[in-house]
Design a protein around this ligand. Structure first.
Ligand code: CTP
Length: 395
């Protein structure tokens, strides 16, 4: 959805303006047409040439620039699929909250009917000031989307909330907004990710090599096509933006959250590598080393997929080291799945922790679709393609 979309980025006068360069660059690399509008103060921090070089497009700095073609503020406002203001100062927020139109950026925002996403960055006291907070609330009430700043050491040396949100988070929100009209729009999808951790004592646990990359990539792919995603994750990776995140540790925690989330969902994709066993007794104190052998007694975890009774599309994953197709087909039927995604975990070029995966999709009629090696994101897109073409999905 991001490819060929039209994104206007408004850059205002905060030191975080340098981070907008990365945002503009990444959106351009993803195939978006990025038009940058800079306020006068923004140009004190970064030059228009920096953005122009990366976006390969004219950068707009004034309504009165003689090289502008057409009615520039209206043209930009109309063609934008989304307007992002990053970083947004207290000043631009105040101006927008009060309907000012005294420079090109405020003109564009006032003239657009597209979603406007605002990512503030400023000193913590300015951010927490009641006037700024009132202005933010006023804009939120009018439908503006805010990406909260994060806590950290600010450029002024103070520690507090005011740093521009992380680039990957801002990009995730932009993708969510642009994906709203995608082919998964309005559908609720529950996705699990990562390897669960079963505690032995307060410091140790049993887990597996699953990184969570496949599940997180799948969650991002569904989000980018408009799905309302609930990601129940045991992964320690950064969480994707634009979805409900439910962090869990154990298989029991994951099971409870999956059952709850599936009550009103359209599809469940169980990407997580769920521990089949857990220590029967979790020691309250750290187990001390001794000269004796240590026996660990394990009890079986519940099969999460079998606990989901709702009539929805269920997709399972089968990480296998031998008899891959035969084992996957057995699981497909035993777990009453609509699709199973099988992969061979003995190959280092893909699988655990890799950006790549090589999978075979097997549907309920045992139709086998062996895919070539692909990025986990591309695999996710193919799974979403299968999902939206399934007759149960459109019901
Ligand atoms: N799964 C589950 N609950 C479990 C174990 C697995 O819902 N307690 C799901 C996984 O998320 C995956 C599918 O079942 O989508 C297959 O998982 P896998 O570990 O391959 O199958 P198991 O049934 O655990 O069989 P085995 O480990 O013996 O291969």
């Amino acid at each position: 959805m991001i490819k060929d979309s039209n994104i206007v980025i408004g850059v205002t006068g905060s030191i975080a303006a340098y981070k907008a360069v990365d945002i503009a660059n990444k959106l351009t690399q993803d195939g978006a047409n990025v038009d940058v509008v800079m306020t006068r103060s923004a140009q004190e921090f970064v030059t228009p040439l920096t953005f122009q070089t990366l976006t390969r497009r004219k950068v707009y700095t004034s309504l009165w620039d003689e090289s502008n073609e057409g009615v520039v503020h209206i043209d930009l406002a109309q063609k934008a699929d989304v307007v992002l203001i990053a970083p947004a100062t207290a000043n631009i927020i105040a101006k927008l909250a009060n309907g000012y139109a005294d420079d090109l950026l405020t003109d564009v925002v006032l003239a657009t009917r597209s979603p406007v996403v605002i990512a503030p960055a400023m000193n913590v006291n300015m951010y927490e000031n009641a006037i700024t907070q009132e202005n933010i609330q006023k804009l939120k009430d009018r439908g503006f989307i805010f990406i909260e700043p994060v806590e950290g050491r600010l450029a002024c040396g103070v520690y507090g909330k005011g740093k521009l949100a992380e680039t990957h988070h801002i990009l995730g929100i932009i993708r969510t907004v642009i994906g709203r009209s995608g082919d998964m729009a309005g559908k609720k999808v529950v996705i699990t990710a990562g390897g669960t951790r079963e505690p032995i004592d307060p410091v140790r646990f049993i887990s597996n090599r699953s990184s969570g990359k496949m599940g997180h990539a799948l969650a991002e792919a569904a989000r980018d096509r408009g799905a309302l995603v609930t990601l129940i994750t045991a992964s320690t990776m950064d969480y994707p933006a634009g979805m409900d995140i439910i962090p869990v540790n154990t298989a029991d925690e994951m099971c409870a959250e999956v059952v709850k989330a599936c009550k009103d969902a359209d599809a469940l994709m169980m990407t997580a590598a769920v521990s089949d066993y857990k220590p029967s007794n979790v020691a309250k104190q750290k187990i001390k080393k001794s000269d004796q052998e240590l026996d660990l007694h394990l009890s079986k975890n519940t099969d999460i997929l079998s606990q989901v009774k709702e009539d929805m599309i269920k997709i399972g994953f089968a990480a296998e080291s031998n008899d891959i197709i035969r084992n996957a087909i057995e699981k497909l039927h035993k777990k009453e799945l609509d699709l199973i995604v099988a992969n061979d975990i003995t190959q280092d070029a893909w699988g655990f922790g890799s950006e790549y995966n090589k999978v075979t999709l097997i549907d309920g009629n045992e139709n086998i679709n062996e895919l070539p090696i692909m990025t986990k994101r591309k695999v996710s897109d193919v799974i979403c393609d299968w999902l939206v073409s399934n007759p149960k999905w459109t019901k």
